[in-house]
Structures are given as C-alpha cells and as structure tokens.
Design a protein around this ligand. Structure first.
Ligand code: AMP
Length: 618
C-alpha cells in the first residue's frame, strides 16, 4: 500500500522526510539540523532555522493572492458578515501588532486572548505571532476563576478581550468576568486591550489599565515580522489532565508551521484559493490549527463562524458551504448528532458539490452517526483522532497520499511521523490485533506536537512519559483490527469529553467542593446521547439540614469553571464508595451510572456506600 510505505519512510528516514516537508514553509534562515534529540524526550525540530507563523499565514501570500479572501466572518448571532482579503488581513494584523507594541508587549511576552469568535480575535492571535509574543487563548466559556488560574500560570503582560459574545441570541458579557479574574489573579497584566463591539451598554473602562481598541488602533502601521528560531514558543494552550491544575501545552514555531502545512496537503487536501470551514472555537486546539493557522498557511480562505449549527435553522452550515463553495469542512461528532435529530432535507436542499471531504474529530465518532452523515452528504467523512498535545492528527486517513477505504467508527491509521503502538496497560508490551491497549507514541514526537509544559519541563516528562517508561501515553484506549485500522475506546484516565471539550473530573470535583456546605464529592463522566459524555456529581454535605440544592452546586461549578463543566445532575449521599486505602471508586460509580456492573469490589471499605449511589441513580 502506498500510504504504508509513506508512513514507513517518515519513521525510517525521519530527518530526510521532514526536511522535504519543511519546503512547504518559507524560512528566513535555513535550519542547520532537522532534529535535535540529544535530550529525550524533548525534541527540537529544524534547529537554527528562522521563520514566523504570521509571515507564512499572511505576508507570503501577498505576492500571489493579495486580493483573494483570506478570512470570512459569519455571525448568525449578531447577523453580520465581513470578509478580509489577504491584503486587508495584513493591514489589520499590522495595526494590532503596532497597538500591542505601543502597550509595551515585547518578543517572548505572554498575551492572554479572551475573546469571542470575531475577526479581531484572529487579528490579535496573528499579531502575537508577528511580534514573537506568546499567545494563550482562553475559551470564552471559562469562568473568572479558571481564567485567573491561567493568567497566573502564563504571567501575561497584556490581556486582549471584548465586551462580550453571543450564544443562541443571548449576549454573554465578558467585562465583569475579566475584571473579576484580574482581581483574583496574583499576576494580572498591567494592561487590558478591550474591543467594544457594542454589546454591553454599561461597559466601563478601568482608568490607567484598560485601553479602548477602537481608539488605540492606528490607521496604518507596518510592523515587520520577528524572525524566530524554530523552537521558540509560539503559544500556550491550557488543557485538562488528571490533576486540578490545567497544563499549559507549549508549542514551537517552525515544527508547528511545517506540520500544519504538511497536513493541509496530505490529510486535508486543501488547495490554495479553496475555502475551509472549521466549526470549532478559537479557544480550542482545533480552532488554533484549523480555523486560523493551517488554512491561511495553505493560502486558503478560512471561515470563522459565530453561531450554533441549528440557528436560524439546521441548514445554516450547509448554506455556508453552498454560499462560500467550501471545499474542506471540519467539525465534531456532537454537532453531527445534533443535526441528525433534524430533517435531512436541511442538508439536501443545498448545493454541496464544492465539498470534497468532511473531517470529524474531538471525541469518538459512533458508527450510526458516521453512517448517517456519510449517506446524507454522499462524500467521504473522515474520522481523525488527535489531542491538544499533538496539535494535528495522530490517527487519520491520509487521502493526499492514498485514498484508502474508510471503516465506519475508525480514524484509520497512524499518521506519518507518528510511531504509534498499542501497549498493554500493565506489562507495557504491544498487544495483539483485536486486543485493547493504550495508544502510545514512541518518541521523538513529530513536528507540531507539544514541546513541553509551559514553565515545567519536569511535569511534561512526569505526565506523559511515566506510565510506559520513556514512551508518550495518549491516555486513550485503542484497538487495532487485522487490517490495521484503529478504533478509539475512550480515556484511560479521569478526563471526560463533553461535546468534544476535555474536562478533568478532578477539576470539576474541586469546583463542586468550593460550595461551603460540600464536605466531599466524586464526579464521573457518563454516556450522553448528544454530548458523548457528561459529568455527574455525587456530594456529601457537611450539614444536610441546611437544604443545599442541586441548583446551588451547579451554580458553584458555573462560577468556578464555566457552564460547560456543569454536572448533568448532583446527587447527595452520606458517604462515597472508597477502597480501604481511601481511594474513591470512581470507576464503579461510573459503571453503575451507565447501568453496568460495578466491577471488582473486594477492596471496598463500606458496601452501603455503593447502595446509596444505586438508590440515588434510581
Ligand atoms: P482535546 O485535547 O480536548 O482535543 O481532547 C483530546 C481527546 O479527545 C483525546 O485524547 C481523545 O480522548 C478524544 N478524541 C479526539 N479525537 C477523537 C476521535 N477521532 N475519536 C475518539 N476520540 C477522540
């Protein structure tokens, strides 16, 4: 098979292979060495090479496609549409870069971007890349305490935000939340750049700290790209793990740029001049990679959509595909499950002939959903699997190299550059075909993957390379069939996936415990027909006579983490099932909640605790 050979070469001749892929990127200074792997597991790609992500995403296209649309913004929330050619995008990014410079942002400084899905967010992100500032985009749905934790870890010199966003036609105000997060943070930035889109009639500016974007932005500006050595950090993106503290996934400049450019050619088959529509949010890794950087690096037009898939009706995405001749579309299984509840005519009434492929990722794609959307579209629907850590797909079909047949429910094969193995949980030995194992990557991780945990190299090693000595664990279960196709079976750790968004149950437990009357709690992820999984909480109250309600606990979670982490239900019990050594039996709770057998209970301290869970679930 042609692809198998391609994959083999990417591992056998790593340096030769990636030196070839690196030609897809413009370098200011050529690299001296393709890979420096002298300090495993830390990999440095394209050592000594200098480039810039903004140059590759914007400036390099000015010669050939200055008047081609680069960014199309569609908002069904505020009913607006705007587009920017590459020339216009270049101007806007320069203006924002100049504004950031005038606010004292220097190369290497961190900038927190807390913004809704508006073009200004894209300008801000690209402007950071331009001047060598490290952006850290925080998803607009996160609450003040979560934002404050990220601020304290990144220690930014500037925060860029807006007055608000909108969801389902309801305004979500940002400013009060931002003020609260800055009050909570130990290391608040000195300046806040605030874009006023006119959603908050009572918007106020803090004197000396808040700067009005609309007033500060210069009419014209020319800020040259900073040439950055390939392994310079480009951004930090926080993600959940098994501890209560999110990790800052750090990425480089050169490796990321090459991986994205390569993926557009080989996996997404996106040609310059074509349009890509990725329905994610800029606050997630998919948004970073496939709304912003990759389609622009590829010289495509990218669509930034502020809205939901069913408003004004369930045909809105397909209308966008028709209107903008979308060639490559990328979404998540949850969204397709939502659309599946609506009549297929919403899809069929649109001319979708421009669409080559639909890509889905972020959570397991169940077979019925895969089959439904494939039949409805009459196009290949490619399930691909990746993580915030990898930055681009790790399992996928690679139709730019070979059009291999797709199997429903499978993200196909290891992507080139990734040395994937399924290992036995305890022995660490490779499992046989058809046997369940943990999905691992033998390092070095390919270009584009995380280079370390921001500010904590030791945590990078301790988190990812500990379960299997010196081998990267994805913390996902997988299985491979006899034809080499992989199937992902879910997480091995206490991370749950709610509508494609990753949350640590520990984080939610900590949020629940912030309620003053909660003594202890356990949060587990349970199957949900729409969102894939949802958190379910069990709480032990300090004083049951106080009449604490489920609603109060939910509001506490909203306040600490944001509504995305809100439990589906909160059950009150007087004790939690624990082992004799004091470990909460989360897996048994989860099994009961999903109607399964609770498993081995020989080590349980008090079996009546499980009875309480059973009763609560009834
Ligand atoms: P995130 O870092 O938020 O993108 O979440 C990554 C996690 O989402 C992975 O570790 C998987 O558990 C899950 N995931 C992503 N893509 C897929 C997929 N195609 N199939 C199954 N699970 C997926």
């Amino acid at each position: 098979m042609k692809y198998q050979e391609f994959h083999r070469r990417s591992l056998q001749d790593r340096e030769g292979f990636w030196a070839g892929e690196a030609k897809l990127v413009e370098w200011h200074k050529p690299f001296k060495q393709v890979l420096d792997y002298s300090k495993p597991p830390f990999a440095k790609w394209f050592v000594g090479g200098e480039t810039n992500l903004c140059h590759n995403a914007v400036d390099r296209h000015l010669a050939k496609r200055a008047d081609q649309k680069a960014l199309v913004w569609i908002s069904t929330e505020v009913n607006e549409e705007k587009s920017f050619t590459y020339k216009e995008l270049h101007l806007e990014v320069n203006r924002v870069a100049a504004m950031m410079r005038s606010l004292g942002v220097k190369r290497g400084d961190r900038v927190i971007v807390y913004m809704p899905m508006i073009p200004e967010a894209v300008f801000a992100i690209l402007a950071c890349a331009r001047i060598g500032a490290v952006h850290s985009v925080v998803f607009g749905g996160f609450a003040a305490a979560s934002l404050a934790a990220r601020i304290d870890d990144a220690k930014p010199s500037l925060m860029i935000t807006a007055d608000g966003g909108s969801r389902m036609g309801k305004v979500v105000l940002y400013k009060a939340l931002v003020d609260e997060s800055l009050r909570l943070a130990q290391h608040p930035p000195k300046k806040v750049l605030l874009f006023n889109r006119g959603l908050d009639p009572s918007l106020s500016f803090v004197k000396g700290r808040d700067v009005d974007w609309n007033e500060a932005k210069p009419k014209r500006a020319s800020v040259p790209c900073e040439w950055l050595e390939s392994s310079t950090p480009s951004y930090i993106l926080y993600t959940s793990g098994t501890t209560g503290h999110p990790k800052g996934v750090q990425r480089d400049v050169g490796g990321y740029c090459v991986a994205l450019a390569s993926s557009m050619k080989r996996i997404f088959c996106g040609e310059p001049g074509e349009t890509m529509f990725t329905t994610s949010d800029i606050g997630w890794v998919v948004g970073h990679s496939y709304i912003i950087y990759a389609p622009l690096i590829a010289g495509m037009t990218t669509i930034l959509y502020e809205g939901v898939p069913i408003r004004p009706d369930a045909g809105i995405w397909w209308k966008i595909v028709e209107d903008h001749k979308v060639a490559v579309m990328f979404s998540a299984p949850t969204a397709i499950r939502v659309l599946k509840k609506h009549d297929v005519s919403f899809l069929r009434k649109h001319d979708l002939s421009s669409l080559k492929h639909l890509y889905l990722a972020g959570e397991p794609l169940d077979e019925p959903t895969h089959t439904w959307i494939t039949q409805a579209l009459g196009r290949p629907v490619i399930d691909h699997y990746w993580q915030t850590e990898t930055g681009w797909p790790l399992l996928s079909a690679v139709p730019g190299v070979e059009r291999t047949p797709l199997k429903m429910g499978s993200p196909s094969f290891p992507v080139y550059g990734y040395d994937v193995h399924l290992l036995h949980e305890r022995t660490g030995k490779p499992v046989a075909d058809g046997e369940k194992g943990v999905v691992t990557i033998t390092p070095p991780l390919p270009p584009g993957c995380m280079t370390t945990v921001w500010g904590d190299d030791e945590r990078f090693v301790r988190t990812y390379f500990k379960d299997f000595k010196n081998i990267y664990s994805t913390f996902d279960w997988g299985i491979r069939d006899k034809d080499g196709y992989y199937f992902i079976l879910g997480r091995t750790d206490d991370v749950i996936n709610v509508a494609g968004h990753r949350l640590g149950t520990r984080e939610i437990e900590e949020a629940v415990s912030m309620h003053s009357n909660v003594a202890e709690c356990a949060v587990v992820g349970v199957v949900d027909s729409l969102k894939g999984q949802m958190p379910l909480a069990f709480a032990v109250l300090k004083d049951a006579s106080k009449g604490t309600s489920q609603q109060e606990i939910m509001e506490t979670v909203d306040k600490q983490l944001g509504a995305i982490a809100r439990p589906k239900a909160v059950h009150f019990v007087t004790l939690l099932p624990k082992t004799r050594s004091g470990k909460t039996l989360r897996r048994s709770i989860q099994a009961l909640a999903e109607g399964r057998d609770p498993g081995d209970l020989t080590t349980i301290e008090d079996p009546t605790a499980l009875e309480q869970i059973r009763k609560a679930l009834q």
